[in-house]
Design a protein around this ligand. Structure first.
Ligand SMILES: C=C(O[C@@H]1C=C(C(=O)O)C=C[C@H]1O)C(=O)O
Length: 365
């Protein structure tokens, strides 16, 4: 055995011992999670027990990141713990998570990022079905896009919050890389048409104008839908991400064609439960104001007075005659906090409609 082989042998033996210890600890952790499930069932009832606790998961992940000493980066360790919690939760109860399908959309990628890969993902044909599936209890949770750093609000998603009774249980961000994809071995064929979701066309507008000014744009219900179509079409390309490229076995013409280098989408997690405070939370509200001068000021002033920071405000037509509006407001804090309770009580008097969409932990990973 050479000196190098001897040194490697020692280190590999060390790794084997550590792996064994990790494995024992992982199973110990899983046993605890199973016991947690029994406690939840005995106190909340077998049917009503709520197994997934977003506030607790956010606290676990934040602590992992805070105490991390390296050399592994904190985000990467958190990602591993995300998966550990996912398998532990699946032992308690596998979570069925609805998303806009087919398989391979950014929303599916977001669902796995948030719930880990032990979640069972349930593809829906349209966004409305994601809300409906959660509202009906057919899916435990749903994941929907809410805003993109290049293109702004996903207004269709906002409008669906008014029509459905669901709670926001969480949020996450996903860096979006768009690729131009064609069927296997078709990279040399000229492209005459491009399939993509409307949102993706918008995120790649300048790149497409300069590289494919004459190609016909065909809007489809999701990027994965477009990717699936080009599998069997010659002269057609799709804009989609890594997951769709891999799943539908497409060739890449060009990677990362998004116009802005930080292209990121924020997603919301839909559920039916009230999420307790995690210590660093956001709350979302939908408000309608009286149509009179100063209406918006009246709605925003209480936040200022009670020292609450707004993180987003969005205006949408109320759909009840021209020029009446709904406001979607996100702010820091939890609806169980005293100052938030006071603001909500005041707003109930000032507004014609108030819907608390949920309080949830700020995105951790
Ligand atoms: C174990 C629990 O249940 C689930 C699993 C968790 C975990 O593995 O750490 C955390 C929260 C819950 O989603 C718990 O509520 O503590």
């Amino acid at each position: 055995m050479t000196e190098q082989e001897k040194a490697l042998r020692v280190l590999r033996d060390k790794i084997d011992t550590i792996d064994q210890e990790i494995q024992v600890l992982l199973n110990k952790r899983a046993e605890c999670a199973q016991e947690v499930a029994e406690v939840k069932e005995s106190f909340e009832g077998k049917q009503d027990a709520v197994f997934y606790r977003p506030e607790r998961e956010a606290q676990v992940l934040r602590r992992v990141m805070e105490r991390n000493q390296g050399p592994l980066p904190a985000k990467e360790v958190a990602r591993l713990f995300r998966e550990i919690m996912s398998v532990c939760l699946a032992l308690e109860k596998p979570m069925r998570v609805a998303f806009l399908g087919p398989e391979g959309t950014f929303t599916q990628q977001a669902a796995f990022k948030h719930f880990g890969h032990s979640a069972v993902s349930a593809p829906m044909n349209v966004l409305d079905d994601v809300f409906r599936e959660v509202e009906a209890g057919a899916a435990n949770y749903g994941v929907v896009p809410i805003e993109n750093s290049t293109e702004g609000m996903a207004t269709h998603t906002l409008d669906l919050f008014r029509r459905h009774n669901v709670q926001i249980c969480g949020e996450l961000e996903l860096r979006i890389h768009q690729h131009l994809l064609v069927a296997k071995n078709e990279t040399a064929t000229p492209i005459t048409k491009i399939y993509a979701h409307q949102e993706s066309f918008a995120q790649c507008r300048s790149w497409l104008e300069s590289h494919y000014p004459d190609a016909k744009h065909i809007a489809v219900s999701s990027n994965a839908q477009g990717a699936k179509r080009v599998m069997s079409e010659v002269g057609a390309a799709a804009i989609a991400g890594d997951m769709a490229q891999d799943l539908y076995d497409l060739d890449i013409i060009e990677r990362n064609i998004e116009d802005l280098p930080d292209n990121t989408t924020r997603f919301l997690v839909l559920g039916k439960q009230h999420v307790g405070p995690s210590g660093d939370d956001k709350t979302s509200l939908l408000l309608a104001a009286h149509n009179k001068p100063g209406a918006l000021y009246t709605l925003l002033e209480p936040f200022h007075r009670h020292g609450i920071s707004l993180t987003r405000i969005e205006t949408r037509p109320a759909g009840q005659g021209a020029w009446s509006y709904l406001f979607y407001i996100d702010f820091e804090g939890h609806c169980d906090d005293d100052n938030v309770k006071l603001v909500i009580t005041e707003l109930e008097q000032q507004s014609t409609e108030l819907k608390l969409l949920g309080s949830y932990p700020k995105a951790v990973i």
